[in-house]
Design a protein around this ligand. Structure first.
Ligand SMILES: [Zn+2]
Length: 93
């Protein structure tokens, strides 16, 4: 029966050691994980999907810098005022 007693003592010691180590492991993971996430958060989201096509010259322009004009219910994006004037001229004609 001494063997079973030893086995029980070893298991109890293992469980105690694990419960003592668990907060330490969690603290280490918490310290390491924000550092690992930081580079991913600093990368801005891709904006290529937001590009609008200039119907006059065919150039793709970002809506943030594009010259916009509303024709009916549609907002049209242009690379320059020259293209916008050209589109307005041909749209009226
Ligand atoms: Zn253009």
């Amino acid at each position: 029966m001494r063997f079973l007693l030893w086995l029980f003592a070893i298991i109890a010691a293992f469980l105690l050691l694990r419960s003592l180590l668990e907060p330490v492991v969690k603290a280490v993971v918490a310290l390491l994980s924000p550092a690992a996430e930081r580079p991913a958060q600093s990368v801005p989201p891709p904006r290529s999907a937001e590009l609008k096509k200039d119907p006059v010259c065919g150039a793709f322009v970002s809506p943030e810098i594009a010259v916009t004009q509303k024709f009916g219910n549609e907002i049209v994006h242009f690379c320059s005022q020259k293209c916008r004037d050209e589109y307005a001229r041909t749209a009226r004609a």
